[in-house]
Design a protein. Structure first.
Ligand SMILES: [Fe+2]
Ligand SMILES: [Fe+2]
Length: 494
């Protein structure tokens, strides 16, 4: 067996290491250090696996219950560890992206939203570390938990796992766009995972979703407030929509995805949202209009799109579609929610802006997509019209994404005292309450003066140690050795 990669062993170690993390990323503000953190498990929606090969069996409680076998070369436990790693990575990563916004908050209300979001994302990271350490366990679980605290948004060679979580959020328009588009994808993922076959993962998601709803609502409200103030040029806002909408679509994964099929078969991620009656209706009614047209067209000529032909089964009811298309359904629901928001945004524009102001357009799924989307590398405009000439497309794309000139204009808007209207309702009037049926583990308040036992990245420390050993210097104690490591050594000496 290979040597353990992880230095942390228990959730208590993780908790202590996460205090070091707060200091290391500059989130050691009293408001966060004095806040309460916990792992909260709420009752799962069902005791039995809800779909896939194991439907009807009791949900899995831990590694001993997991089916044996390999899927795309990975065990069930490895697939779960990967899902938990990615979900946890986004929770911590988003905090790092938002760290610079504190001082430029337009009002106390906005600062409260930022603080609440950071507090909850940090806690969501804990939830994922709990699943990794205390449910999956083993070296794999310990390594997932430790590395969640060691990767850093936008840091080369040590970046967060998904591209969208490595771009700094530079201003408050970006913040609200992030909540509306990126956190809303997070909402899609949590909604799916709350039906997962691993019961503690499902239980984790139920509580997280209650908090996540407020992030999404704050994002939508942010755009409403910006439009209500009437100071933001709508054409600049449109360019931000053009930037963020495809990133949000991309986060849902490829529209055709063998991973989605595997997750379905294993009972991890199913239909979205699996409790509505749409499953009996035709696939056309469920999948976005552009998307289903393109799926049908491409299925006729798979060789043109380098697909293996698989029957997508789009002719019958939605429940019978090929499960490779489950991401198509999830992203369609995501887009449908955004369509409703855009109607509201445009109603505000009609109210507040001079007549003739162009309405906001929610970009088509075909616009500006990246791998693994079926549209990656293709050239459509934001309404989904094909632009065949590459030069024409290059110019169009450049003209429709935020430019330096737009960012300069934004700085002028941000300098106005009333560029964002006060909220009509306080999304964070109350914090998400714990219910009697919830189980609370590891409740913690660090307190402003608490220092961590850890003073640097354990993996960096280990690399230094290994480098000095292989350079022939023999095992040495570096002067940066963490207190925790020091205590281990001391204990060993006794
Ligand atoms: Fe979250
Ligand atoms: Fe969130």
């Amino acid at each position: 067996m290979s040597e353990s990669r992880a230095d942390i062993k228990t959730f208590e170690d993780f908790r202590e290491y996460s205090l070091w993390y707060l200091h290391d990323v500059g989130l050691d503000v009293p408001e966060l250090l004095n806040a309460e953190y916990k792992v909260a498990l709420a009752p799962a929606k069902s005791d039995v696996v809800e779909f896939g090969h194991y439907a009807g069996k009791a949900k899995f409680r831990g590694p001993e219950d997991l089916p044996t076998g390999h899927w795309n070369g990975r065990t069930y436990l490895e697939i779960l560890a990967n899902l938990v790693n990615i979900q946890g990575d986004t929770e911590f990563g988003s905090n790092e992206q938002q760290v610079g916004l504190w001082d430029s908050a337009p009002s106390d209300y906005d600062r409260k939203i930022l603080l609440s979001v950071m507090n909850e994302e940090f806690r969501h990271g804990w939830q994922m570390a709990y699943v990794a350490l205390n449910v999956l366990g083993g070296d794999e679980g310990r390594w997932v938990a430790q590395s969640l605290l060691e990767r850093r948004s936008g840091v080369e060679d040590n970046a967060r796992l998904l591209g969208a979580f490595n771009v700094p959020i530079k201003d408050w328009l970006g913040f609200y766009a992030f909540l509306e588009f990126m956190d809303r994808d997070g909402g899609s993922q949590l909604t799916l995972l709350q039906h997962s076959a691993l019961e503690p993962l499902a239980q984790s998601m139920v509580f997280m979703l209650r908090e996540e709803q407020k992030h999404l609502r704050s994002g939508q409200q942010g755009f409403e407030r910006i439009l209500q103030a009437g100071k933001m040029p709508v054409e600049v806002l449109q360019k931000y929509m053009n930037l963020y909408a495809p990133l949000g679509y991309d986060l849902h994964g490829g529209e055709r995805s063998t991973n989605a099929l595997i997750y379905f078969n294993l009972g991890l991620k199913g239909f979205y949202p699996s409790w509505t009656p749409y499953l009996d209706g035709p696939a056309d009614a469920v999948i976005d209009a552009h998307l289903i047209t393109d799926l049908r067209e491409r299925e006729k000529r798979p060789e043109d799109h380098s697909y293996q032909f698989v029957n997508l089964q789009l002719g019958g009811p939605a429940r019978d579609i090929n499960k490779e298309l489950l991401n198509s359904i999830t992203v369609s629901f995501y887009k449908r929610t955004l369509e409703e928001h855009f109607e509201k945004f445009n109603a505000i524009i009609r109210d507040v802006y001079p007549s003739g102001t162009p309405m906001l357009v929610l970009p088509s799924m075909r616009w500006n997509r990246a791998v693994p989307s079926i549209y990656a590398g293709e050239s459509y405009d934001i309404t989904g019209r094909l632009i065949e000439n590459p030069e024409e497309f290059r110019d169009y794309r450049e003209a429709n994404l935020p430019s330096d000139a737009d960012r300069a204009r934004l700085q002028e808007v941000f300098a106005l005292p009333d560029w964002i209207a006060p909220p009509e309702t306080d999304v964070y009037r109350t914090l998400t309450a714990v219910k009697n049926s919830d189980q609370i583990l590891f409740p913690t308040t660090f307190g402003g003066s608490r220092r961590s036992r850890y003073i640097q990245s354990l993996s960096a420390l280990r690399r230094e140690r290994e480098a000095s050993e292989s350079a022939g210097a023999g095992p040495t104690k570096t002067k940066n050795v963490s207190l925790w490591q020091f205590m281990e050594d001391e204990a060993g000496a006794n």
